[in-house]
Design a protein around this ligand. Structure first.
Ligand code: AMP
Ligand code: MG
Length: 422
């Protein structure tokens, strides 16, 4: 198992801009997962572990893009109709067993190889709907472009080309592309093994009795779902009491059989926040005061060579810090090379004030507007603990560190959940 160095999350200074945090992560973290071969059918969502280079051209031969008639463009009259005799027929999966002669047309079907020919070669295909069959010949209209409806060998993939890069997460098109060059398996990263637990004496397992002052654990379920969306293999370690020794023992045990440990709650500096002390006792902890709202207290560290990510306790802060910090860290550890998720321009349907010096996220739902930018509207109330407003939201408006807010009608940067909850 690959071990991290203790100082890999070390960061000097006070409030850390999210951008600086991410740069640090990208520069310092390498994959900790192994490599295995998986059949294509089992590769969906997995991370490619090596470049894939094609050994062949796709398509393997020039072929027709339509059902119709193959001709030499040079045989066509420029200004009037052209009548050519039917010389043969070629269907997909077959080939014409002779060269096409000048002055004839060959019946051809979608995907069938273009017939060979003389120096100029049959180079153009008429769609059958555009032609008139008249006995043993076909009448063609004037005006078709040379090369129409003909697909070239290798126009999709050229032999020797790198078609997929190591680190890419495999979706349906990637898997299809690998099949198109004849692969049956792909080298992929083993799933990142992540242990999750919640902390807090007030936190109870859903479905159990809840005494006065207690709440049900939502964070652990949100986190497990977010992690599975990233393709992690998740171990649920339950809810740990606010008790230093309990947390310390659980951390040490989890570190030995996982690539990362993620927790929520207990990382502020309150006297009931025991996670921090437990991590420090077992390894190294770097409290990052991330310049992000909601979110701020985030603790990153290394326990016995395993990454430790301590997220805040408030349910919305959990999601925001997961998406912006934990997600890129976990993907880097998993071996994924994932581009920064795009932000889309939208029109703010509300005004918003903020302080400079931290990035803020506002939960919004999106109203499409015909012919103009969609409008972002506030989704529910703002509190860092109000999980229902995340459910009401389609995504987040991102306000830059130095911005002082938004006026209604301003263009704003929108991050859809669909870009990052996977
Ligand atoms: P903490 O960071 O531990 O002080 O927690 C901050 C807030 O988040 C408190 O209101 C906690 O009750 C709440 N909280 C902590 N853990 C969870 C959890 N697992 N599920 C829901 N709320 C939580
Ligand atoms: Mg707590």
């Amino acid at each position: 198992m690959v071990q991290l160095t203790d100082d890999c999350f070390a960061f000097e200074g006070g409030l850390i801009p999210v951008e600086a945090a991410l740069e640090r992560v990208r520069a310092r973290l390498a994959p900790v997962t192994g490599i295995e071969a998986q059949p294509l059918d089992a590769a969906l969502g997995r991370i490619l572990a090596a470049d894939v280079i094609s050994g062949l051209d796709v398509p393997p031969h020039d072929n027709s893009a339509v059902d119709g008639w193959a001709v030499y463009h040079d045989d066509l009259n420029r200004d009037g109709e052209t009548r050519l005799p039917i010389g043969g027929r070629v269907a997909a999966g077959r080939h014409l067993d002779r060269a096409q002669r000048r002055g004839e047309t060959i019946r051809i079907f979608t995907g069938a190889p273009m017939p060979s020919g003389d120096d100029t070669r049959p180079d153009t295909v008429f769609m059958q709907e555009d032609c008139r069959v008249d006995g043993d010949s076909v009448v063609f209209p004037p005006g078709i472009r040379r090369g129409a409806n003909r697909r070239f060998a290798g126009e999709d993939v050229k032999a020797g080309a790198t078609i997929l890069r190591s680190g890419r997460r495999l979706g349906p098109p990637e898997i299809g592309l690998a099949a198109s060059i004849g692969h049956t398996t792909l080298p992929v990263r083993t799933a990142l093994r992540v242990a999750v637990f919640s902390t807090g004496d007030e936190v109870r397992e859903p479905g159990t009795d809840r005494s006065a002052g207690a709440i049900y654990d939502s964070n652990r379920y949100t986190l497990k779902a977010l992690l599975r969306g990233l393709g992690c293999s998740v171990t649920d370690l339950g809810i740990l009491a606010d008790h230093g020794e309990t947390i310390r023992t659980a951390l040490a045990a989890a570190a030995d059989s996982h690539d990362a440990i993620i927790t929520s709650g207990g990382v502020s500096t309150g006297e009931e926040d025991h996670v921090r002390a437990a991590v420090e006792a077992e390894g190294q902890l770097d409290a990052w005061r991330l310049a992000i709202k909601p979110g701020r207290p985030v603790a990153l560290g290394v326990v016995r060579g395993t990454a430790f990510l301590g997220l805040p306790g408030n349910p919305v802060a959990v999601v925001v810090t997961f998406l912006h910090l934990a997600r890129p860290i976990l993907l880097a550890l998993a071996g994924a090379d994932v581009p920064t998720p795009p932000r889309y321009p939208v029109r703010a349907g509300f005004a918003y004030k903020k302080k400079a010096g931290r990035r803020e996220y506002v939960r919004v739902r999106i109203d499409p507007v015909a012919g103009s930018l969609p409008i972002a509207r506030r989704a529910g109330s703002e509190g860092a603990g109000v999980l229902s407003s995340l459910v009401a939201a389609d995504g987040l408006i991102e306000l830059a560190d130095d911005a002082l807010g938004l006026s209604e009608g301003d263009t704003a940067a929108y991050l859809p959940f669909s870009e990052v909850m996977r």
